[in-house]
Design a binder for this molecule. Structure first.
Ligand code: PGA
Length: 260
């Protein structure tokens, strides 16, 4: 089986106007150079900037991601944006089930599953976020939580569908807190996720990329990204500055290339 190509995705959350987004996207695009040969790189600006940024990225290997989508292709759903619309505007990825959406907007696993199906139907690659809270970790419920989130979101999925998605393990206690999981904690969770996918969907689990997210910074990225089951990162705060984002991408190169 071909090695998994790591994916580093910057989640800009509700930051940046169109003008600011163009500036940041351009800085990342211009500095990417040969880095994108070994690592796939994406940015997820807010909806309002997607079209302008897509145009700016034409011809570049830098990919575009959205931060959410609705599951219907079109209709009377005020305020929502469909996966087809995101594809039309130039997105390749869509982040789904982020813990902020679960926490502030009551998003449940079943909705994440419907959105992921919609994304696949539209030709997008869903990035499905899962992760435990601090209380769940302290109570020894981390794996139970990850299991129920995966089962809820991927109910009825075929191995082919699973082959088309990315999972992001983001412990809620590490998001935006500066408190990062240790490489060992993250690797254990990632190995659990891969094993779970293997149990339910078979061999395809070996090719599914599992990103880590939660306070990834230039100084902790290499340790995390060297773990065998960590296939990239979903980066929040550190993706809002081109230099720190690029440093994280550089940290993702295989160890034998680090000196070059
Ligand atoms: P953070 O956010 O890097 O700022 O912790 C990660 C995320 O929310 O995806």
């Amino acid at each position: 089986m071909a090695p998994r190509r790591p994916l580093i995705c910057g989640n800009w959350k509700m930051h940046r106007t169109v003008g600011q987004a163009l500036e940041l996207a351009t800085a990342v695009r211009n500095a990417l150079g040969g880095l994108s040969r070994e690592v796939e790189v994406a940015i997820a600006p807010p909806f309002t900037a997607l079209y302008a940024v897509a145009r700016r990225l034409q011809g570049s290997p830098l990919r575009l991601a959205a931060q959410d989508c609705f599951w219907e292709p079109e209709g009377a759903f005020t305020g929502e944006v469909s996966a087809e619309m995101l594809r039309d505007v130039g997105c390749t990825y869509v982040i789904l089930g982020h813990s902020e959406r679960r926490q502030h907007f009551g998003e449940l696993d079943a909705a994440v599953g419907l959105k992921a199906r919609a994304a696949l139907r539209a030709g997008l690659c869903p990035i499905i976020c899962i992760g435990e809270t601090l209380a769940e970790r302290d109570a020894g419920e981390t794996y139970g939580r990850l299991k129920s989130q995966l089962e809820g979101a991927l109910a009825g999925f075929s191995p082919d569908m699973v082959a088309g998605l990315v999972v992001a393990y983001e412990p809620v206690w590490a998001i935006g807190t500066g408190r990062v999981a240790t490489p060992q904690q993250a690797q254990e969770a990632h190995a659990f996720v891969r094993q779970h996918l293997h149990q339910h969907f078979g061999e395809v689990a070996q090719s599914v990329r599992i990103q880590y997210g939660g306070s990834v910074k230039p100084d902790n990225a290499a340790g995390l990204l060297r773990q065998p089951d960590i296939d990239g990162a979903l980066v929040g705060g550190a993706s809002l500055q081109a230099e720190s984002f690029l440093d994280i991408i550089r940290a993702c190169r295989p160890p034998d290339r680090e000196a070059t």
